[in-house]
Write a protein that binds this ligand. Sequence first.
Ligand SMILES: [Zn+2]
Ligand SMILES: [Zn+2]
Length: 141
Amino acid sequence: MGEMLLFRCSECEFQDTVFVGIGMLYRPENLLNDQEGGAMKDVIPSKSLREKVKKLVSEGYELESGYEEAVYTCEHCYRMTTRFRFALKHPNGAVFVPSYSCVVCQHQMKEADLDNFAPAACPSCKQRTFTYDPSTYGLWD
Ligand SMILES: [Zn+2]
Ligand SMILES: [Zn+2]
């Protein structure tokens, strides 16, 4: 069961709901299935990242538990978005964690701390007044 989070701009009233956590389809075998009926293309839209993950899995890497959709913000332009946060671990101890780049400016994004959320850039008015509103809460499957 995932959570729906509301983000709201205090300047222009723009608001957006994002989905974090995991849904019903987020079983490991489904997440790593990029064929018809699998969830991989939905959770990892980047083809190059999917190819990388498939290669690592073929080399013996396994999906670590604790994966989920998470909020990321760009350290450069402060745009926020959600990405699938996960780690792949090899029995020899090697770990792969994806890094995601901003769709706007291509700089690296960092996972946001929702408890201490630094205002992000509003997608509408571009000011840094787009904040997480913890008073509104919802669930998705
Ligand atoms: Zn950016
Ligand atoms: Zn705004």
